[in-house]
Every structure is written in C-alpha cells, then in structure tokens.
Design a protein around this ligand. Sequence first.
Ligand code: GDP
Ligand code: MG
Length: 514
Amino acid sequence: MLDFFTIFSKGGIVLWCFQGTGVTESFTGPVNALIRSVILQERSGNNSYSHDALSLKYKLDNEFELVFVVGFQKILTLTYVDKFIDDVQLHFRDRYKNELEQKGALALLNSHFAFEDDFKMLLREAEESSKARGPTSMRSFNASLKSQKTVKSMIETKGGDKGKEQGGKKNKNAKKEGKVLFKMFLSPKKGAFGGMFGMLKGLVGSKSLSQEDMEPVLDKMRDHLIAKNVAAEIASQLCDSVAKKLEGKVMGTFTTVASTVKGALQDSLVQILQPKRRVDILRDVLEARSQRRPFVITFCGVNGVGKSTNLAKISFWLIENGFTVLIAACDTFRAGAVEQLRTHQRRLNSLHPPQDHGGRPIVQLYEKGYGKDAAGIAMEAIAYARNQAFDVVLVDTAGRMQDNTPLMTALAKLIAVNMPDLVLFVGEALVGNEAVDQLVKFNQALADHSMSDKPRLIDGIVLTKFDTIDDKVGAAISMTYITGQPIVFVGTGQTYNDLRSLNARAVVGALMKA
Ligand SMILES: Nc1nc2c(ncn2[C@@H]2O[C@H](COP(=O)(O)OP(=O)(O)O)[C@@H](O)[C@H]2O)c(=O)[nH]1
Ligand SMILES: [Mg+2]
C-alpha cells in the first residue's frame, strides 16, 4: 500500500499527486526532506531515502525535468515499487508528451493532468504481478520469510476493492494540480551553476526576491561580463537594472536565484543588441539615387582600429550590389593613408574591371594629398560625386584620440558641414573599458560642435577585428549600450569578404557561456 505518489517539475510545480487511503499525514515534509538532502546534493545513488517511518523512492526524468516520488511505510517491503515508478514515468511521459514539451512554468500550470485512472490501472497491474510472482521473487530478499509474508498479506488486503473506492474520493481532495505545493526556504548557494541539478540549487521558495538574495549571483554575473570584455561600468549598470527589474518578484518554488537573474540578464542583453532603428544602407542608397544625390557615409574612430580597411570592404560590398563608389581620402594626416586607399581602389577596380561597367571605373579615389583641411576635401568630394553621379561617397578620416580636443573639433566640423547620411564609428572588438570613453567623447564632440539643434551624432557602429577575440564579445554590448545605435557591420578579417552583420543571438550566447 502506497502512502503517496507525486509528480512534480524541477521548477517546483506539482503536476499530479495521489494520497493513499486513510493516509492523513501531509507528505510535504518528507518530500522536502528528500529534495533537500538527496536531490539537491546530487546524491542520486540508489534513488531511495527514508524519513521517519516512511520509505521514499524517486526517479528523475531529465528530459522533461520531472521528479517522480513514491512514499510508503518503511515496514513494508514493496517489491514492485522500482518497476512501478518506471511504469508511471513512461506512461505519464507518453500521455502528456505535448503538454510537457511546451516550455515554461505557465504552460505546465495551465495544463491539466488527469492521471487518476491510469495511475490506478498501473498500480493494480504492479500489485497483481508482484502477487503472481509469488514466493520466487520474495526469496531473493534477505529479510525473513515471515516478515515477507506479512508484507505480502498487507499489500493484498489493503490494496483491495475497498481501498480503490475510497482512494478515488480521497485522491480528488489530495490532488493539487498546478499548485506550487512545497515551500522551501534554503538560501542561495555560491557557485550554484551547472551540474545535473544546477537549476535546483539555491532555492528561495516562493518568497519575493530581495537585493540581498540576488547580490551574490549579480556579483558573479558582473565579473563574468567583465571577463567577456564588457566595460566594467556597463556590466555594473546592467546588473543594477536587472536587480531593479527583479526586486520583489515572487519566484517559483524550485526556481533558483541564479537562473532567474541569468534569464533577466539575457533578456536585457538581447534588448540592447536589438536595433531600435534598422540601418538599411542598400535601401537608403537607392533612395538617395532616386533623388539624384550621392549617399554619404563618414567613418570615424581612433587610430589603427580598421577604418580604412573596413571602408574598403564596404566599398566592395556596395560594388557587388551594383553601386558606384567614390572614396574621399580625408585622412590627410597619417603618412601612407592616401596610398593605402589608392591600393584598395586599384584592387577593387581589377576585381570589377571598367569594361564590365560601361568603361567607367566603378570605384574612384578623391584625394588632395596631405596636410589639407579634411572637411573641405570631403565637401569637394561630395560635390564631385553628385556631378559624376556616384551612388555612394565613403569619407575616410584620420584616426584621433578622443581626448585630443583640436582633432575632435575638426571631426565635428567635418560632420557638421557636410551632413553625411550616416556617421559610422569604427571600433575594435578588442576594447574593454576604453570603448565607453571613446564613444562618450566622440558623441560629445559631435554634439558640442554641431551647428544644428538636431546634431549629427554617431548613428551606427562598425565593430572590427571580431576574428581576434574568441568569445570575449563584450565590446558589442558596451558600444550599443552607450550609443543606443546598431552595429551595422562586423569586421572579421583582412580580406574584402570579411564583413558580416551582427548575429545578436550568437553574441548573447557567447556572452552567457561559462
Ligand atoms: N584581424 C583583423 N584585422 C583587421 C580588421 N580590420 C582591420 N584590420 C587590420 O588592422 C590594421 C589597421 O587597419 P587600418 O584600416 O589601417 O586602420 P585605421 O587606422 O583605422 O584606418 C590593419 O593591419 C588591418 O589589416 C579585422 O576585421 N580583422
Ligand atoms: Mg586609416
């Protein structure tokens, strides 16, 4: 005779339970004790546990994240329990496959598991077969023959007709579908990630989350983000906002603080990377073309981040899409800057020879050598492009440190005067804390020196050298967080083909990866 049988999700939702006839004791205590001292500690040895006068046997279904627990009086040696629990598991899985496959606690809460009759049938079968096997199976046990007989007789009499009828009634009362039954108040453990039962660790019961509960997890997440190259300041701000978002939230019984915080953080990261504004350069170039004007993109950033190289890759991409490009050599500062662009222009034209394009070079370089005013050259280039019906003007600029006020002022002037359609900030994926300082100061300079009440600020990011950072993808978060602007291109190497768009999901995946 069983005292109880319960099926619950690892998320703490009791899906179904059965209480034996005449059993008045609540089984919450023994089940909680089992969870606390066996399941949570991953002592999954022989799948049995004893609590006061009760024997508990349990089975974990890791695919559907379910726990099956049966309890019976210790003095009973029920020979069929192991097989019975297996049968119930298989049957329950088969029958509720659809419900169980839906993800999330809400789906489980809303599902109805009317398992009564199936359970009774399985129990009857189990009891019958143990009876039928009779003495042979009994003999295999070490306990005395006498006590085994007693056990057997008890099973037969109490599991009889009377029991079935009464059980039916009782079960209705005992069944608490969709209710969180267990109240556990264990404090969160440090280092509670991973492991088969990782998600069961660090329970806070159905109490509401406090800053205190979350602090150890948030500290860990903050360090994790920083290790992934997210700027420290931004990692802290992100964690603070997650804490604010979750404070006071009532958690499911078996939900861990760690998984709740992790989930909320993941959501925030996806949000940050999801562009509020879609930059569709090809569409915008077409529109500019229909207005008989060139579409102008200005590239800016500090020295050596890959402005000229990625400008050349973007030229290639535009050319491949059927557009003509004028490159404006406005880095009049660094020796070799103009020659570097000329080399690219030659190479690109040899890949797309003029004879394929009506005898006209598909990409040209507009340059006035070194030491001249960059804003003026950009202006001339744009006028030339308009004249010559180029589709796109790509304005290369000299690298400059964000603290160099005269150079920052000059860049702001170049942008204010020429009003490009797009201002792209080029930044290396290698940067950590530095990303924030660069972007804040570039944007500040553009705002300070704008002559318009609607200043042209950075409206997109080119994230370069993405091929060199493994999974330390934090700069993507820092840069989009600071500017609120999308990463328009990702540079992944030194050839013209090494240009990608950002896969937000993959970036968040890499960020969350332990
Ligand atoms: N691995 C890798 N190297 C890059 C990438 N983009 C640029 N570089 C290299 O970075 C160096 C500086 O590039 P450059 O375009 O001259 O930088 P600029 O000073 O900003 O114009 C060059 O050696 C480039 O080949 C990239 O996406 N991946
Ligand atoms: Mg350059």
